[in-house]
Design a protein around this ligand. Structure first.
Ligand code: HEM
Length: 473
């Protein structure tokens, strides 16, 4: 009856362990199913790496609060290390003095609420452009690929905010979208060498090493070109005109921190911002629209709220949105049921620590399954139902204090892009719901909209959401 020293888990095969039993396209759901058999803390053997999976709010608190300092490293995975210039970024750098300094730079100078509000003109301009396009589609009752349209809108917004560039539709834009998507794919791709290092020749045979090198080179050339352009055309800009590369280049010039920023630091941070912002915000927008299209009454309720308060305004800004409690609750409920990063970003123990009475050795990977935690029946009533009302008079927030609701993670590694995420998400969704009536394309089954997701750190649906819009008078 003595408690085993390591958490139980599914039985694996020699050497590979559980590696080939896992389904990368629905890993969060599969791990949730395992938790029903092995409990809210269970183990996996991923080749030669040990991993634990956390599926309850209580254990998430143990990992991300009580033992945060021992559990906040990131595992060194080949794709992520290569594309982050060997951890010169924020997300994949090791927890140490360097990470603290680069996090300070991002939180204080790049992603602060003040800086995010400086970018409001960009957000408004890009959203207005898309609304114009939707109006054109609406006038001819043309089907809209909502998923593509929102991805393109978010990438246009982040491009202008981070790089000061607006790639109009065409070759340059296609190149940027392809590069970003390739970068994301490589960061979440499976490399045998990450789990069974002596079999790294398999990656070479599969050609994935060469593909990673190619992606890195293309990304590096792309960032370098942006930095060169900024240095060449540097003129005095007002804070509203500055983009994130401008801010980082100034910090580099003035040696404002204890680390001397190099171009590689700047490139790594820019990568985090492009990758961190685009698909997460896109997935949340699509998730909200999908739920509203499935639940006509909620669509009506949210539109009535926005339209009754907004009167005759042409466009809603960030301040307007604060007056819409039901809308805000609907966004929170979307982040609960459609957490864009269902397994957050995997962590690793830096030293051994005790979790739930088990001794977890150093260098154990930790998956915190937010997707399962957001459906925990002990924390949520009717967890599978989309019920925005549950957030109306609730004090639950997203700042990483309530461990049953952690779409942005918690603790030291919590997402620093929260202000930026909400500023973008709110303005896009509120305006699309304010100015247009939406319906699913006839023949689309409602549960088709919940189709499978693509593998990756962020949850992107395999099937595009296709809709019809009608201008609201
Ligand atoms: C709905 C939108 C977003 C969601 C749901 C989201 C979610 C997350 C999550 C779950 C993490 C990992 C937290 C952890 O390990 O505990 C994370 C980290 C991160 N996010 Fe976000 N994110 C969003 C938007 C953004 C935006 C807009 C940016 C930047 C512009 C951003 C930048 C980052 C960065 C740099 C990290 C790494 C932080 C670190 O490891 O120190 N995210 N995000």
């Amino acid at each position: 009856s003595k408690k085993p020293s390591f958490p139980p888990g599914p039985r694996g095969h020699p050497i590979v362990g559980n590696l080939f039993q896992l389904d990368s396209s629905n890993l969060h759901e599969q791990l949730w199913e395992f938790s029903k058999r092995y409990g809210p803390l269970f183990s996996l053997q991923l080749g030669l790496r040990q991993a634990i999976v956390i599926c309850s709010p209580k254990l998430a608190k143990e990992v991300m609060k009580d033992h945060d300092s021992e559990c906040c490293r990131r595992p060194r995975l080949l794709g992520q290390q290569k594309l982050s210039y060997n951890g010169l970024d924020l997300a994949f750098s090791q927890y140490a003095d360097y990470w603290r300094e680069i996090r300070k730079i991002c939180v204080v100078h790049v992603l602060s609420a003040k800086r995010v509000s400086c970018f409001s003109t960009i957000r408004h301009l890009e959203v207005k452009k898309v609304m114009k396009k939707i109006s054109m589609h609406a006038s001819t009752s043309e089907i809209i690929n909502f998923s593509d349209m929102i991805l393109s809108l978010n990438s246009a917004i982040i491009c202008r905010i981070a790089l000061g560039k607006s790639y109009e539709q065409g070759t340059e834009r296609n190149k940027f979208d392809r590069l970003l998507s390739e970068c994301e794919t490589m960061m979440s791709s499976f490399f045998v060498s990450d789990y069974i290092p002596f079999m790294n020749w398999i990656d070479t045979l599969r050609g994935i090493h060469a593909r990673l090198e190619r992606t890195f080179k293309e990304m590096d050339d792309f960032y370098q070109e942006i930095i060169d352009e900024h240095l060449e055309y540097s003129q005095k800009k007002t804070p509203e005109e500055e983009d994130i590369v401008d801010v980082l280049l100034q910090l580099k010039k003035h040696h404002s921190f204890s680390i001397d920023l190099t171009n590689d630091n700047i490139k790594a941070v820019v990568m985090n911002i492009l990758v961190g912002a685009t698909s997460t915000t896109t997935a949340s927008t699509i998730g909200a629209m999908t739920e509203l299209l499935k639940n006509g009454n909620m669509m009506k309720k949210v539109q009535e709220e926005i339209r009754s308060i907004s009167g005759k305004k042409d466009f809603l800004d960030e301040d307007d949105v604060q007056k819409f409690p039901y809308f805000k609750a609907m966004v929170k409920e979307t982040l609960r049921l459609h957490a864009p990063a269902p397994l957050l970003v995997p962590r690793e123990t830096g030293e051994k620590c005790m979790i739930d009475g088990y001794e977890i050795p150093a260098k154990t990977m930790i998956y915190v399954n937010a997707w399962a935690i957001h459906r925990d029946p002990e924390a949520w009533k009717d967890p599978e139902q989309f019920i925005p009302e549950r957030f109306l008079n609730s004090t639950l927030d997203l700042q990483g204090k309530d461990f049953c609701f952690i779409p942005f993670g918690a603790g030291r590694k919590m997402c620093p892009g929260l202000h930026m995420a909400f500023a973008t998400l709110d303005v896009i969704l509120a305006n699309l719901l304010y100015s247009f009536d939406w319906q699913l394309v006839e023949g689309t089954e409602r549960n088709e909209t919940d189709a499978k997701v693509l593998p990756g750190l962020t949850q992107n649906k395999k099937e595009s959401l296709r809709v019809l819009a009608k201008r609201h008078v």
